[in-house]
Design a protein around this ligand. Sequence first.
Ligand code: MD3
Ligand code: FE
Length: 199
Amino acid sequence: IDTGLDGFRLWPGRLGPDCQAELVEAVLSAIEVAPLYAPSTPGGRPFSVRMTNLGPLGWVSDRAGYRYQPTHPVTGLAWPPIPPQLLELWHALSGWAEPPDACLVNLYRDGAKMGLHQDRDEADLKAPVLSVSLGDTAMFRIGPPNGGSTRTIRLSSGDVCALTGPARLARHGIDRIIGGSSRLVPGGGRINLTLRRAG
Ligand code: MD3
Ligand code: FE
């Protein structure tokens, strides 16, 4: 659907129930190797979102700043691979020939949110970002890069969105999660998977 924001495309319900369940299974098994952890901002404030990554590079944040690195900050091990379904989804929807080299996994349990920010830690800011929502519905906010009015869009389980062109540097965040709106994620909450070209 056309969201009214140039370069922001949303495919509501792009993933069916079986595909969603398969992806949650894949994430849960990856988490056994690369556990979810609580990152903190460079200023030392903890994120309410729990994170891990899949793929050659993973996004991390700590006292030293924001960056992509090949290993888990707690275990020191390489991140697990990006599941093939996600690579196929990228090739079907992103319009970008090179595969993603990073998949950030965000887990929102009750009360977790993410403040308005821009994604600009990637080497090539022209490469798109593809985001997959699983589990509870999120109230997602997005607006232009340099301030101005934002709009709120609900992201439900199975929705996929692509951020390309002018939307790539949009300011965006998650205001809140509607707890109990899905039963997909064991223990409740929302998982967001974000595919990127980081390196
Ligand atoms: C708009 N994640 O990981 S996904 C992030 O739901 C992030 O966990 C949110 O923002 C989440 O950085 C939002 C939708 C999304 C992802 C990347 C974007 C929107 C974006 C990059 C540029 C503009
Ligand atoms: Fe972001």
